[in-house]
Design a protein around this ligand. Structure first.
Ligand code: COA
Length: 706
C-alpha cells in the first residue's frame, strides 16, 4: 500500500457520482475541486457521460484513461460496493466514501465488505459518511463545504462531518488558515491515528485540531498522539460520554474510571491540549500556529486598567502562567513609563492616560529584559487612545516580539471600532482577543505545550514479573472460570511481585490461633472469616490492638458470640489473625485493562470512602517515574504524603514502586483484568508501604457482563 501522502497530494482525482444537477452533493464536490485550483487531473464519473464543469465526464470508472490516485464516492449506499470494487480494480489508491447509511445506521456488514474488497486490491478507504478532504498542499477542496477555504497552517481531523463543514465556515470568519481538513466518519479503515502520523511530519501543518467522538483503537491512538505532541501542538475536542467505564464496577478502579475521566487523563498524559468548545479550540490553534517557543515562562502584563489586570492575574493562576515578580527589577524597567499613581508591580498599570507611545515603551522595556519571557498587553478603550492608533501599535509590537522570538498577545475591550480593529488584526495573524480570559488561556496553552515537551521522556518503568509463578497460582481459578482470586491467591501474587502485606493466617480453632500468635507478632488484629458475614465490623467480627495471648482468648470468644448473635446460624470458617499495622496515609493503587485504551493505572485517596471522595487519577500504562508522580500530584490528597500539620513526609517512593509493580502485573498477565490495593498504607519516608487489602479480578469477569 502507498504512503498516505498521496491522499493529501494526489495527481488525479475522480468524483464518482458527479451529478449534473447543481445542489447535489456529487456536483458540489466536483465544483469545489475545480474552484479550489487543483492542478492535477479531474475525472467526473456519471452514467450520463457528457461534460461537467469543463471536464469530460466518464460513464464508468474503467473508462477513465489515466491512473487515479483518489476517488470521492457520492452515489447512494446500495451502489457504493460496486463503485469500491471498480475503483479498486482501476488501481485507485484512496477512496473517500461520502455516502451515509453504513455502520452508523447499523449497516455494519456492508461496511466490512467495503473494507475487504478495497484491501484485497490494495486500496484504502476514508469514511464512509464523510464530507471529504481539503488539502492546501494540493490546493484541492474535495468537500461539499461552502468553498473558499483560506490556506494556512492548522490541520483539522474531525469525526463529525457536519461539524467539520461548520468549522470550514467558521475558520473563514475567524481568519484561520487551514493546511488540511479531513473527516474520518465511520473510520472503517483509515482513522485519526493514520492521519495524525502523516500530518505531524507535514511541514505546512503547524497545529493539529481533532474533533473526536469515540476512539476505536485506543492503544494505537495513544502512541500516535504521544509522538505527535512531541513535534507540534495537538488540540483535541472530545465529546460523547459513554457508559463504558461503568460496565466493570466490580472494583473501585472500574467504577471510578468513568469514560470521560480516562479520556481526559490520557489526553493530558499524551500532551494534547483538550478544549471544551470550538471557539476555545480555534483561538488556541490560531495562537499556537504562529507563536514562538518561550525561552522562559516569566510573563508580564501591561494594562491601562486595574480591573482587566486583576482578571488576567486570576486567569494566569488558573493556566499556571508564572508572573515575573522581581519587584526591584520591575520598578527599574517600568518606572520610566508609569505615572506615580500607576503601578510597577506585575500587572503593570500604566493607567488610563496611556496611549500608543506609553504602551510601546513599556512593552519594549519588557522585550529588552532577558528574564522576561513573554508579555500580554491589555487595553480598555479610552478617548485618549483611539482604536486606529491601537491597531498600528499592536501590529508593530507583534512584529518586534516575533523578530526576537518572544511570545506576546493582546486583549482589547471596547466598542465597534475596537471589534473591527481586532478583525483586521487577526487577518494579519496578530494575536488579539476581545476577552482577557481567552487571551491568557492561549498563553497558558502555549506554555503547557512546550512544558510537556520538555518534561517527557521515553523510558518507561517496568518491573520483572515472574509470570510462570503467577500462572501457577491462578491456574485453578482460571480453569474453574472464576472471575476473582481468593484472598490467599491474591496475597501470594503480592508476595511474588514484592508488595508487602501484613503477616496473617486463618486459625480454625483457638488452640491454632494461640500457636500462631508468635509467627504473626503482637500487637495483632483478629477478623471473623465467614462467607455469610460481609460487613465484619458491623457484626462485631473485628477486634484490633491485641497485645498478648490473654487478649487473644477473650477476643476469640467475643467474636464468635457477637457474630452468632448478629446472624444466628452463620457459618464461621475461622478467625484471621494479622499483624496490626502502624497508622499511615491510606491510599488506593490499582491497574486495570480498559476496553479502549488497554492497561491503565490508578492512584488516589484510599480507605472506605474512596467512592464518595472520588479523589483518584488515571494514566495509560506503561509509565515513567515523572508520569507516575504527575498522576499522584493530580489528586487533592497528595499533600498528605508530603506531610501536613508538622507530620513527617511519607514514603512517596514506596507508592511509586507499588504503582510500577501492579502496572507491570496487568501488562504481563493478560488474564488479569483488575488489581486493586485498598488501602495501601504509606508510612514515613523510607519506612515503606503495606497493602492491607488486595482484590484481583480475572478477565472472565468482563465477558460475563452485559
Ligand atoms: N457511477 C457514477 N455515478 C453514478 C452511478 C455510478 N455507478 N450511479 C448513479 N450515479 C449518479 C447519478 O446518476 C446521479 O447523477 P445525476 O444527478 O446527474 O443523475 C449521482 O450519481 C448521484 O446519485 P443520486 O441517486 O442522485 O444520489 P444523491 O445525490 O441524491 O445522493 C449521496 C447520493 C451519496 C449524496 C447520498 O446517498 C448520501 O449518502 N447523502 C448523505 C451524505 C452525507 O451526509 N455524508 C456525511 C457528510 S458529513
Amino acid at each position: 500500500m502507498d504512503t498516505i501522502s498521496s491522499l493529501f497530494n494526489p495527481d488525479s482525482v475522480a468524483v464518482i457520482g458527479a451529478s449534473h444537477a447543481p445542489g447535489k452533493i456529487g456536483h458540489s464536490i466536483l465544483k469545489n475541486i475545480v474552484a479550489s485550483g487543483f492542478a492535477g487531473t479531474i475525472y467526473p464519473v456519471n452514467p450520463a457521460g457528457g461534460e461537467l464543469l469543463g471536464h469530460t465526464c466518464y460513464k464508468s470508472i474503467e473508462d477513465i484513461p489515466g491512473p487515479v490516485d483518489i476517488a470521492c464516492t457520492a452515489v447512494p449506499a446500495r451502489m457504493v460496493h460496486d463503485a469500491v470494487l471498480e475503483s479498486a480494480l482501476k488501481g485507485v489508491k484512496y477512496n473517500l466514501i461520502i455516502t451515509s447509511g453504513f455502520s452508523e445506521t447499523g449497516n455494519i456488514e456492508e461496511e466490512k465488505k467495503l473494507v475487504q474488497t478495497a484491501h484485497a486490491h490494495g486500496m484504502r478507504i476514508i469514511g464512509p459518511n464523510i464530507f471529504g478532504l481539503y488539502s492546501a498542499e494540493a490546493s484541492m477542496d474535495a468537500t461539499f463545504g461552502t468553498g473558499n477555504i483560506t490556506p494556512g497552517s492548522v490541520a483539522i481531523i474531525t469525526q463529525s462531518g457536519a461539524l467539520g463543514l461548520a468549522m470550514i465556515g467558521k475558520s473563514g470568519v475567524e481568519s484561520i488558515g487551514l493546511s488540511a481538513i479531513v473527516s474520518v466518519g465511520n473510520k472503517c479503515d483509515i482513522d485519526e491515528s493514520d492521519l495524525l502520523e502523516y500530518l505531524v511530519q507535514q511541514q505546512r501543518t503547524r497545529v493539529i485540531l481533532m474533533y473526536i467522538e469515540g476512539i476505536k483503537q485506543g492503544e494505537r491512538f495513544i502512541r500516535a498522539l504521544k509522538k505527535a505532541t512531541r513535534v507540534k501542538p495537538v488540540v483535541v475536542i472530545k465529546s460523547g460520554r459513554s457508559a463504558r467505564g461503568a460496565a466493570a464496577a466490580a472494583s473501585h478502579t472500574g467504577s471510578l474510571a468513568g469514560a470521560d475521566e480516562i479520556v481526559d487523563a490520557i489526553l493530558h498524559q499524551c500532551g494534547a491540549l483538550r478544549a471544551d468548545s470550538i471557539a476555545e479550540a480555534f483561538s488556541w490553534c490560531t495562537y499556537l500556529a504562529h507563536a514562538p517557543a518561550p525561552a522562559t515562562e516569566q510573563t508580564v502584563i501591561v494594562t491601562n486598567g486595574g480591573g482587566v489586570g486583576v482578571m488576567a492575574t486570576d486567569a494566569c493562576e488558573c493556566y499556571e502562567i508564572p508572573m515575573y515578580n522581581d519587584s526591584e527589577a520591575l520598578r527599574d524597567i517600568f518606572a520610566p513609563v508609569t505615572p506615580s499613581y500607576g503601578s510597577t508591580k506585575n500587572p503593570i498599570d500604566i493607567t488610563g492616560g496611556a496611549a500608543a507611545p506609553e504602551y510601546s515603551q513599556a512593552l519594549d522595556a519588557a522585550l529588552d529584559h532577558e528574564k522576561i519571557g513573554a508579555a500580554m498587553a491589555l487595553y480598555c478603550e479610552t478617548a485618549v487612545f483611539p482604536a486606529a492608533e491601537l491597531e498600528a501599535m499592536l501590529e508593530d509590537t507583534h512584529r518586534r516580539y516575533n523578530e526576537r522570538g518572544r511570545p506576546v498577545l493582546f486583549a482589547a475591550v471596547g466598542g465597534e471600532d475596537i471589534e473591527n480593529a481586532i478583525l483586521r488584526l487577526r487577518k494579519k495573524n496578530v494575536p488579539v482577543f476581545n476577552d482577557v480570559y481567552q487571551a491568557v488561556a492561549c498563553m497558558g496553552k502555549l506554555f503547557e505545550h512546550y512544558r510537556q515537551k520538555r518534561c517527557r521522556c521515553d523510558t518507561f518503568e517496568d518491573s520483572d514479573i515472574d509470570t510462570a509463578s503467577i500462572d501457577a497460582i491462578t491456574a485453578e481459578a482460571r480453569t474453574a472460570g472464576r472471575s476473582f482470586l481468593s484472598a490467599h491467591e491474591s496475597r501470594e501474587i503480592m508476595r511474588i511481585i514484592g508488595i508487602k502485606m501484613p503477616a496473617s493466617c486463618v486459625a480454625r480453632s483457638l488452640d491454632e490461633a494461640l500457636a500462631r500468635c508468635d509467627d504473626i507478632g503482637f500487637p495483632l488484629v483478629m477478623k471473623v472469616v465467614s462467607q455469610d458475614i460481609i460487613h465484619k465490623s458491623d457484626a462485631g467480627g473485628v477486634v484490633l490492638d491485641l497485645n498478648d495471648t490473654g487478649e487473644v482468648i477473650d477476643a476469640w470468644q467475643a467474636i464468635n458470640q457477637r457474630c452468632l448473635a448478629y446472624l444466628p446460624g452463620a457459618r464461621i470458617d475461622g478467625i484471621e489473625l494479622s499483624a496490626m499495622i502502624e497508622p499511615g496515609v491510606e491510599t488506593i493503587v490499582g491497574a486495570r485493562r480498559d476496553p479502549v485504551f488497554g492497561p491503565i493505572a490508578m492512584f488516589g485517596q484510599g480507605g472506605i470512602y474512596v467512592e464518595v471522595m472520588k479523589d483518584v487519577s488515571f494514566r495509560a500504562l506503561p509509565l515513567n517515574r515523572l508520569e507516575i508522580l504527575a498522576m499522584m500530584k493530580q489528586t487533592r490528597s497528595y499533600p498528605l504524603l508530603l506531610g501536613v500539620r508538622g507530620e513527617a513526609k511519607k514514603d512517596i517512593e514506596g507508592v511509586l514502586e507499588a504503582i510500577i509493580k501492579v502496572g507491570a502485573l496487568v501488562r504481563a498477565c493478560d488474564y488479569i483484568s483488575d488489581i486493586e490495593i485498598n488501602p495501601l498504607v504509606v508510612f514515613e519516608e523510607n519506612a515503606g508501604v503495606n497493602a492491607l487489602d488486595v482484590r484481583i479480578l480475572l478477565e472472565t469477569q468482563r465477558k460475563e457482563q452485559p
